[in-house]
Design a protein around this ligand. Structure first.
Ligand SMILES: CCCCCCCCCCCCC/C=C/[C@@H](O)[C@@H](N)CO[C@@H]1O[C@H](CO)[C@H](O)[C@H](O)[C@H]1O
Length: 530
């Protein structure tokens, strides 16, 4: 009897234990699924493998953010914007920045210290052509600066990836309307011609424009970037028309006159956040697709497939008509223009930092606005970690999903180079111990690796942003993205490698993630570095 009682108790106990384990498992899984917004947990695992042979690793900067040396060049729109009180969070400017104008040799040495294959930097248009108009004069000292930088890179066997336009338009061209003026496409082609002719033999990849969306939306529609225009409803669309023509003009010039002699490639860098629908409903999935079309499709579609995406053309036209205007706020390309722009890429550059959750929401804003045209709500999941930038939440699986989406959306994409990826912090005082940035690079790079190895996306290069802390546009020097710490308060703007630099170097040396043990060893070394 006692035995039966014990057995019975044991059974009850076992059942309770089993049900306890089951409940805990379900709760844990449920929480994990909730935290991942319904995504399979495989996205959180580290995938151990190498990047394909020939994959290139690099790091990036941009002229206005690092060069300084403002008195040695023509004035540009960021000089005007940053010197206007109220535009920059800490009231600073890029007049000195990291003083790469004088410190370029140290920069190249630091790129080499990370063991990298290439350095992505941009040319300041007004350093080469002070007014932006070539017939008004070229600066020999400007040419000399970039020759010296390229020679130094060559000496260190580091390839050059050069951006022609990273937001610092010569002020005189802004005085003619900036990118709202279609004739800027010709000025840009002349500037590109000078760059190809002068530096082409030393440049492997050219990027015509960096993130035209930010130029158009931030500069001409919302106004938090130079030149600070607030052309609601038209700023983004009108400037996109000029920029796309300018991009195509530069691409076609290189293809016709330089490619056979210089053997380089020309592409454009587009930026995009991944858009994760809040659920599987058609309305929310469509909203997420619209988010991507307005973010990247407005640029990628004309270049890869021809013309603006149909959903943008139809929506903007019907919203404009509904307000009583016959002509759409979105400019129309002629068939000749469509053909001229289509196919103007050898590779696609992608900058991606974060992800947004997206939900359908009818926009009732009275302003006809680029954001309102999309009829959606985009937001960060509160469970995602934060960073030093309000817009940037690290969501590593987002870049993998985005790369896969690009592959399917644009089957003719050729190859993708991730031209920027990184994270910011706002340390109170000097710290070389940037563990969140180490985590960021570990998880984002691993997701890029999975995109290549598992999803078969042809990603051929990865670029960390940024070589060193620099002038972070409207946020001045308050947000730091560097793998090297910049001592802005010192006259020599000393750069010191952070833990994230050491970690990136390990990945580059090993060409990937060799094994769990190796990764643990790196992380220990990184820990000791701190
Ligand atoms: C007193 C004035 C306060 C100014 C506040 C301005 C508010 C700004 C709102 C920010 C919204 C920005 C959203 C978009 C951000 C990114 O897509 C964009 N910054 C990415 O561009 C690249 O980013 C790098 C790091 O930010 C880097 O700066 C690089 O140059 C860019 O290509």
């Amino acid at each position: 009897m006692e035995e039966l009682f014990n057995l019975c108790c044991l059974n009850v106990l076992l059942r309770n234990v089993r049900s306890f384990i089951f409940t805990v498992t379900i709760l844990t899984l449920g929480t994990a699924v909730f935290m991942l917004n319904g995504l399979p947990s495989e996205y959180d695992k580290i995938y151990f493998d190498q990047f394909p042979a020939g994959f290139r690793f690099g790091i990036a900067t941009a002229s206005y953010q690092v060069e300084g040396g403002a008195s040695h060049r023509g004035k540009n729109i960021w000089d005007t914007f940053s010197h206007t009180p109220g535009n920059i969070e800490d009231g600073s400017t890029g007049d000195e920045a990291c003083d790469s104008f004088r410190n370029y040799e140290t920069d190249v040495k630091n790129v080499a210290a990370l063991g990298l294959d290439f350095y992505r930097f941009s040319i300041s248009w007004s350093r080469l052509i002070p007014t932006g108009v070539i017939s008004e004069g070229i600066s020999e000292s400007g040419l000399d600066y970039y020759h010296k930088l390229l020679n130094k890179l060559e000496e260190e066997k580091i390839e050059a990836m050069v951006t022609l336009y990273h937001w610092d338009l010569p002020q005189k061209l802004q005085d003619y309307g900036g990118w709202t003026n279609v004739s800027l496409a010709e000025r840009f082609q002349e500037y590109a011609d000078l760059c190809f002719k002068s530096f082409g033999p030393k440049v492997k990849r050219w990027i015509t424009f960096n993130e035209p969306r930010e130029t158009s939306l931030g500069g001409y529609e919302i106004g938090y970037m130079a030149p600070g225009y607030k052309l609601h409803g038209t700023g983004t669309y009108n400037t996109s028309y000029t920029i796309l023509r300018a991009h195509a003009a530069a691409y076609r010039l290189y293809a016709e006159r330089y490619r056979n002699l210089q053997f380089g490639e020309v592409g454009i860098t587009l930026n995009c956040d991944w858009a994760q629908p809040v659920d599987n409903s058609v309305a929310n999935r469509d909203a997420a697709d619209r988010f991507l079309q307005w973010y990247i499709g407005i640029w990628a579609h004309p270049i890869l497939l021809g013309d603006y995406p149909a959903v943008i053309k139809e929506t903007v036209k019907s919203k404009t008509n509904a307000k009583g205007f016959r002509k759409s706020r979105l400019p129309e390309f002629s068939q000749d223009e469509i053909d001229y722009i289509k196919g103007t890429f050898d590779f696609l550059g992608l900058n991606s930092y974060t992800t947004r959750m997206v939900q359908y929401k009818q926009c009732s804003d009275e302003d006809d606005h680029y954001n309102c045209d999309q009829d959606l709500r985009a937001f960060a999941d509160p469970s995602w970690p934060t960073s030093g930038s309000s817009w940037l939440r690290p969501v590593p699986w987002g870049i993998r999903k985005l790369l896969s989406w690009i592959k399917h959306q644009y089957p003719n994409y050729r190859e993708i180079v991730v031209t920027e990826n990184g994270v910011s912090d706002r340390p109170e005082s000097v710290t070389l111990c940037d563990q969140p940035r180490v985590n960021f690079f570990q998880n984002y790079l691993n997701n890029v690796l999975m995109a290549i190895r598992i999803d078969e996306v042809n990603v051929v290069g990865y670029t960390a942003w940024s070589l060193m802390d620099n002038f972070e546009w409207a946020h001045g020097y308050t947000e730091r993205f560097g793998l090297f710490w910049t001592s802005f308060d010192r006259p020599d703007k000393l750069r010191t490698m952070k833990a994230s630099g050491l970690f990136y170097k390990k990945i580059v040396e090993s060409r990937g993630f060799p094994s769990k043990q190796t990764l643990l060893d790196w992380l220990e070394e990184v820990d000791n570095y701190c």
